[in-house]
Design a binder for this molecule. Structure first.
Ligand code: KG4
Ligand code: ZN
Length: 365
């Protein structure tokens, strides 16, 4: 289905002629999020054929529930999603100024993250979305979580110059992806062991800081000296792959050897080592494929030092850079709605018998 025909069918549905409204649900890990995003046609020359307007983006985090266990407990996550789904959906509709039982339906489609992620958690969102799509007789759209992270870029800057190279860094993933057009992706590199967020979380746990570790290390690092300890930079070779497990072990070995070292210096020096590898490799990858722009996505993209160095070094390399607002970097349903707009226009609705795939891969060309 083309974007035009989606817009026409939206008009037939009784919604506002040239805009399409999608409600999306994100439950792949430990955030229950529901968002309403509308799309209207973009001016010529935009990277995506629509301008997106986030009408609501409600995120209910389960962090406090999982903190007691030092990490996300899948079964607990599924139950918490189930408990929060109704309230979060109602709030998202309300904030968007929409009414649940309106006739014709207030939304033109309902989307949900269908993978990758925790299977039980994904199923809660997928089932809720399908139920609402059926009840309102509108299309259901299953969205790849990683594609959602890539689309956070287009939420903020539909005019970004392509090809762009995106560094996706979260608790589960660390990868460099080339986006030559919406839907056209190529993996340039990824981690061969831990994800960057996982490394932050493990080091924070070792230092006794708590969970999730990324924001805690980020905060503590501001009081430390990032040059205090010269931690090794994992896999600093010509490839665009990453390795963080050795860097984490280096921290453990250092603290065992020097137990009186300041935690703030360890945090700042470790963070600097991780950021160094992430930024150097992404800029190098972007230059090697002739990208015009670079972008950050995923939970670790909230890291202050990463944001600072990414913008600085992209500028020095002559690349346009975009670092989405933190609320669009960590897991949220607005980015899922953004990708759903594209998928609905490009592929049409998803089948209602499609399930959740915990190891869904990004479709690559
Ligand atoms: O994308 P996300 O919200 O969830 C998934 O993993 O999909 O990312 C969560 C990860 C956690 O590992 C967390 O520690 C990390 O992002 N994170 C950070 C910061 N904020 C969140 N890492 C470093 N610095 C931060 N400020
Ligand atoms: Zn994520």
């Amino acid at each position: 289905m083309s974007q035009q025909s989606t817009l026409e069918s939206a008009a037939e549905n009784g919604s506002n002629g040239d805009t399409v409204t999608i409600m999306a649900i994100e439950t792949s890990c430990d955030e229950t999020s529901v968002s309403v995003v509308t799309a209207s046609p973009a001016p010529d020359g935009s990277a995506v054929p629509f301008v997106l307007d986030v009408r609501s983006n409600v995120v209910s985090s389960q962090i406090d529930i999982h903190a007691a266990f030092g990490g996300v407990v899948p079964e607990v996550a599924s139950r918490a999603h189930l408990e929060m789904m109704e309230a979060v959906t109602a709030q998202a509709m309300d904030e968007a100024g929409l009414t649940m039982g309106a006739e014709p339906p207030a939304v033109d489609a309902v989307a949900a993250t269908c993978g990758p992620g925790l299977v039980g958690a994904l199923l809660v969102g997928v089932s809720a979305a399908k139920g609402m799509a059926l009840a309102w007789d509108v299309p259901y759209v299953g969205v790849n979580h990683m594609e959602g992270h890539l689309f956070a870029t287009f939420l903020e800057r539909p005019s970004i110059e392509l090809p762009m190279v995106v560094l996706l860094v979260s608790g589960g993933h660390t990868m460099i992806v080339e986006v030559s057009a919406p839907g056209r992706y190529r993996y340039l590199g990824s981690t061969i062991d831990d994800a960057a967020g996982e490394a932050f979380d493990k080091v924070a746990r070792y230092l006794g800081l708590g969970y999730p570790g990324g924001p805690l290390i980020d905060r503590l690092a501001r009081e430390g000296d990032r040059k205090a300890i010269d931690f090794p930079r994992g896999l600093m070779d010509d490839s665009f792959d990453f390795s963080f497990s050795g860097m984490k072990t280096a921290v453990v070995n250092y603290v065992r050897r020097y137990p009186d070292v300041s935690n703030a210096d360890v945090a700042a020096s470790f963070q600097e080592a991780v950021v160094d590898v992430l930024v150097t490799k992404t800029i190098r990858a972007a230059l090697s494929v002739g990208a015009k722009s670079v972008c950050l996505g995923g939970g670790v993209a909230a890291n202050s030092r990463l944001r600072e160095r990414f913008a600085e070094e992209a500028g020095e390399a002559g690349l346009e850079s975009l670092i989405p607002d933190r609320s669009f970097c960590t897991d949220n349903a607005a980015m899922i709605a953004a990708a759903a707009h594209w998928r609905l226009a490009a592929d049409g609705p998803s089948p209602l018998d499609g399930g959740a795939d915990p190891s869904l891969l990004l479709p690559t060309t």
